[in-house]
Design a binder for this molecule. Sequence first.
Ligand SMILES: [Zn+2]
Length: 458
Amino acid sequence: MRFIALLTSTMLLAACEPPEYDLAIKNVTVVDAVSGARSNQTVLTRADTIAAIIPSGESARALQVVDGTGGYLIPGLWDFHVHLTYDDADADEMARLFLDYGVTSVRDTGGRLDLIQPVVERLEDSDEAPRVFFAGPLQDGRDVVYDGESRPEIGISNPDPGAAVANVGLLAAAGVDFIKVYELVSPEVFGALIAAARANNLPIAGHVPLSMLASEAGPQLGSMEHLRNVELDCAANYQELLDARLTALTNPDGLPGGDLRSSLHTAQRMPAVQAVDADRCSEVVASLRGTIQVPTLRLNALSVQPPYGRPDWPDALTRLGGEQAEAYRTLGESRLASTDETDTTFGHWSLHLTGLMQGAGVPIGAGTDTPIGLAIPGYSLHNELSMLVRAGLDPVDALRAATVRPAEFFGLSGEMGQVATGMRADLVLLGGNPLEDIDNTRSIRMVISKGHIVRQWD
Ligand SMILES: [Zn+2]
């Protein structure tokens, strides 16, 4: 009986010849960071998967056909460091802008669980939203930087290793995709967080804790954010700086966590940059070859290349709209008009360090910290790609930073990051070749997310 029923339905299918694919994007040059550029291709998708890639001359039946002649089809981009629920951020508005700019996946690197969870669920259910991978709250130490006092409440306290194990267990049960370790943890708590995350099969992102050296903490992390505190390990007097931090971290004056951290950055960051020992720094950098670095250069080097100096800034403000755009416009105009010297030392240091890392074969990821520091969702990812190239990455490596590296972090290399059969159907059709000029990632004609055409421009 079963056999006959199956045969009948197959015959019916053959009789009316339904399209084999949902979407065909014809006559494109396929570009990704693994296989480079392949011209005259047709990419075929079924549901949320790239089902086949065939030469343009061959025919295939699809429900929807797009002629991509002259275009370059790349994998959907990732912003590997965002905060969808930071302060009064409007997550739905952010999701809309991410798609406008071809960002089809984001990694949310810190937010209160009760705020981020409903956002993740809503966006997951939507056909018109980026994929979201989230960490929940920042795992901080006894003292907490983001404690809801002077800064938003997105950190939680881990006074001892027992608390660390319990917190990671709770987050794993809540369905987080990774754990984010923050700056005020002690080495003991750091170790407990790492072990607990591993036991729960969760990737780990983090800032280098102030109580540790980058070369010590970094190799235990899957990704490191903002190049934070790396300069302290690169300094000739790194031991002296560390000893001073360990004393200050006992927090005899009972400072709030945010103030405690700021006081240490203020006291040590620039002196460390001035005292960098090149030989020592190459050793520190070499120790990070297994850890994706997310330098967030568009933020770290804002002083070197502010977004309001870019020709496409006014257009991005128009797309952002509302009071936020007005505030950014006013701020940009006043800074451009200002004759005050801006200190670009740290910005240049960040560019330099990223170049060193690239040269040493350290993997780089593209993240922006949106919405912090004048970041327009989506738009700022393209600025980050430009900055990565400015720091010394080839365009193909910048593309890798926003596609292949994030997929690797989550163990999803077989599903995301390339335009290849079997990958998720997240794609961006560009007017120019990004391997020739990274700014061509801005020439977006069409965005396909989860197998659906969600944006299309002439
Ligand atoms: Zn962040």
